[in-house]
Design a protein around this ligand. Sequence first.
Ligand code: GLU
Length: 549
Amino acid sequence: MDYNKLANLLFPQIKKTPEDYERIYPQRNLPEGAKVTRLGPSPTGFIHLGNLYGAFADERLAHQSGGVFFLRIEDTDDKREVQGAVPMLIQALHHFGVNFDEGATMNGEVGDYGPYYQSQRGEIYQCFAKHLVSQGMAYPCFMTEEEIAQVREEQEAQKLNPGIYGAYAKCRDLTFEEVVERISDGEEYVIRFRSGGDSQKHFTVVDGVRGALTLPENDQDVVILKKTGIPTYHFAHVVDDHLMRTTHVVRGEEWLSSLPIHVALFEALGWEPPTYCHTTVLMKMDGETKRKLSKRKDPELSLEYYKQEGYHPQAVREYLMTILNSNYEEWRIANPDEPVEAFSFSTEKMSNSGTLFDLDKLNDICKDVLAKMTAEEVLRYMIDWAEEYQPAIAALMKDDPEKMLKIFSIDRGGEKPRKDLIYCRQIFHFISYFFDEHFVIEADYPPEVSMQDAKAILNRYFQEYDEADDNEAWFNKVKEMAADMGYAQKPKDYKKNPDQYKGHVGHVSNVIRLAITGRTNSPDLWLIQQIMGTEQVRGRIAQAFQDIG
Ligand code: GLU
């Protein structure tokens, strides 16, 4: 068979040669050891935590080595494509601190290795498919879906490996004349890779995360171009990662099983494969069992969830770093104030079996990250979030920024800052009692205090409250009131002699706390009242008095 003739028959329109593309996309001029990485998302509109996890790894590998990190849009499957998905993706990643040097951007494409949309690279893929055909390493296959289904059935019955390979690859050895005839009969065809591999034989490849892997050779004549001329993922990423000069491919472990195909394609094309780094899937504890995070069951798999809830991107990044590299946490403890970039990231320290994603741990990290921020930073962050997700709350906060700064300054700074703030939605709830529109009583009066006493406490407090009292003078009044009403002035006195008292000062002050904040747990009550001002304090007390009836 004259393979050149076959190649020209199948791809008459392709005039460029592989050498042309090698010239158009030369080796990158980068320092020794610089890594080139890419994110290759499909624009399905759903961006998940796994994308961000991988993106952080890519970003670190490229940037800490003086290399390049680019964004390639893998949009060959237009059935799954969602309008507007690309800008959404770029913005979401940018929000979490992932910025690309090259590729698809909000303002078109940037870089010398484009197009960066696979849908615009049709001619390039066809050129390399043509090349493989001309070398006898790819061929047109006319098998119909029915024929393929029949093969599958036969293989199942005989307990053989499924797929189109060896004798099952019915169009492997068609003559040139047969091909011409079937094409002129209008039969549709795909282009298949002619595999020379033997699944009984093994080869070794070094994975960046998993080390040396011994895998069976690929023996499948996989499809490289579909009937429409559009490439499969296998072929497209091989061609792209070669021409875009990618050195490290970080991708999910779901691709591990097709690695032999990819290695075989690189070999057939005479190219050096990149270092593949297969990351693990993110798992979570569901009761006692560990399972994969699922799009259907776990809203926290979607990146949008963290934006909507108002997780600070720095905290999300910090948390993902702790699960990306096993030595990150230790480094962070030793270097609390260093930027993430100062950490030396390595693929060898990545987990290679089910990474556990733990929302509680993320929340703890948020507390630490927010505790380090200034009140101004917290306020700005809260307003940015609220403007997008809760405009009425944004307006409230902008109405009195001075008060907001006081609120966010409560126990901030100093040796032991309070760690109450986690993410915007929670933060707003945490401080919501400062706003009459959002104030609700969320707890009950302490059982040690009768309703009658509660009324009496509120009544006397209403008379005696004086904004000018300092914290000590204020608390002395509460203590006096407690003593007058038969409550111990010190909790320990009550604990020692519970029969002598109705309760203690804490119970009395909790009646006031409940009236003011709606909760029995809050930061320093005196400080809260100083921020609220007399009018609001008295209003709350009067309201509580009335509510008791
Ligand atoms: N488009 C593929 C995906 O979304 C990319 C895999 C890769 O990074 O090679 O899963």
